[in-house]
Design a binder for this molecule. Structure first.
Ligand code: NIG
Ligand code: FE
Length: 412
């Protein structure tokens, strides 16, 4: 007779398991059992094997829905300061690029983050992580990139790692030293190239040695790093055994996604300006396409990401918040589900896939999390909804009833 730690009955389950051909991989009138932090059994309730009913705590779901808990695969949630003043500037007609060129934008957050202590950054990050956690997020990727010097970049990554240790949410960290050209290098003749050398020779080896990052990212853009500089950083990252990702085709098409595909990146992110040859390249390399509707919305972008082409070439689509102070100060993964559907016309099923299975793929952790399958970590949520589409349909009244992380019921 199986021994389980907990059992949920009278639920409907959107497993998001690709092997289940039902929409959302759904199992109706289902049950799910957990043992040692993992999913031990999932299926139709009337097919439950005999189990030790006296010794197993049983939760009744009253016909509500369980899904894998959410994964936000692209955030910049460790930072100090606010950019509300730039928001006002933009509303008075100054563009995001113009603000960046004038030394504002990312650099203004760099100045605030350099001055902040680890404890201050931790406290700011903790509140933001709590906001995501309340909406059923149990895995978050956090990027550095508001330090642009060794001390501050490592400070940010340490804070991100500490957040993961002290919070039930798992944190995947990404080193984004190549986010912008720091003020110290800005006015030098070959400043960007020199800074790239500094990243490769000084920062990356430290980040790798101290095991501060799971992945490395670069902002490949006209206002940031060109293709050649991007390739150098990503190649060096791979030599340190780190996974790679890319901010690409956000404002212009620099060919970043094709490069990312060639180097075997896990994901390319933003991609409003991605064209069909780029889509084909990432389709072939198995690179995920992360759409960030918060940044699209907040920057009042009009160029839509090539969703039809991504579908045509079967590219796994990921939906993330990109939570950051400049382009997406929107700390809500659930809001992104709604925006991905309304702004980009993803189906609610595609949007949910983008914050579960495909999000796990974009972080290289899909063997462990992202779907409800026997043997995977028991990370799931019980929602007060009548159908999984409601997660994308409505926003503002948080429907999250229960969060289970590695088999533990989390109280928040
Ligand atoms: O993902 N595109 C580059 N980086 C961030 C924005 C950073 C900022 O404006 O502070 C993004 O949108
Ligand atoms: Fe970003």
């Amino acid at each position: 007779m199986p021994q389980w730690d907990q059992l949920w009955i009278d639920v409907n389950i959107a497993t998001m398991n690709a092997d289940n051909e039902q929409p959302y991989g759904a199992i109706h009138q289902a049950a799910i059992a957990v043992k040692d932090g993992k999913i031990a059994w999932v299926g139709k309730q009337d097919e439950l094997p005999e189990f030790d009913a006296l010794d197993t705590p049983i939760y009744k779901g009253h016909g509500k829905w369980i899904t894998p808990s959410l994964i936000d695969a692209h955030t910049h949630l460790v930072f100090a300061g606010s950019r509300a003043n730039e928001f006002e500037q933009r509303l008075n007609g100054v563009s995001y690029e113009e603000i960046a060129r004038q030394g504002g934008g990312i650099i203004s957050t760099v100045n605030a983050t350099r001055q902040a202590s680890e404890a201050e950054l931790f406290e700011l990050g903790r509140k933001r992580l709590n906001a995501l956690a309340k909406e059923g997020v149990t895995t978050v990727e956090i990027k550095s990139g508001y330090g642009l010097d060794l001390d501050t970049e490592t400070k940010m990554l340490k804070v991100a790692r500490e957040l993961g240790k002290h919070h039930h949410v798992d944190v995947q960290t990404t080193f984004l030293g190549a986010h912008a050209i720091p003020p110290e290098y800005k006015n030098k003749e070959n400043g960007a190239d020199e800074y790239v050398d500094y990243i490769i020779n000084d920062m990356l080896p430290q980040v790798a040695k101290q095991e501060l990052a799971d992945a490395v990212d670069v902002f490949c853009e006209s206002i940031a790093f060109n293709l050649e500089q991007t390739e150098k950083v990503l190649t060096a990252a791979k030599q340190h055994g780190l996974k790679i990702k890319l901010h690409s085709e956000q404002l212009t098409n620099q060919g970043g996604s094709e490069l990312a595909a060639k180097l075997g990146a896990l994901s390319v992110d933003h991609i409003e300006y991605l064209d069909e040859s780029g889509v084909k390249a990432i389709a072939e390399s198995g690179t995920c396409a992360t759409v960030l509707p918060g940044a699209f919305y907040f920057l009042r972008e009009t160029q839509l990401p090539p969703i039809e082409l991504l579908r045509k070439h079967n590219v796994p689509m990921v939906v993330a918040s990109d939570f950051n102070p400049g382009s997406s100060p929107l700390c809500s993964t659930l809001l992104m589900l709604n925006m991905a559907c309304t702004l980009f016309k993803l189906t609610p099923e595609e949007a949910l896939k983008g914050t579960t299975t495909n999000a796990a793929k974009a972080l290289g952790i899909d063997d462990k999390v992202g779907s409800i399958e026997v043997g995977k970590q028991a990370d799931f949520c019980l929602w007060d909804i009548q159908s999984p589409a409601e997660l994308s349909y409505s926003y503002g009244v948080n429907p999250c009833l229960q969060v289970v992380k590695a088999g533990q019921l989390i109280s928040m």
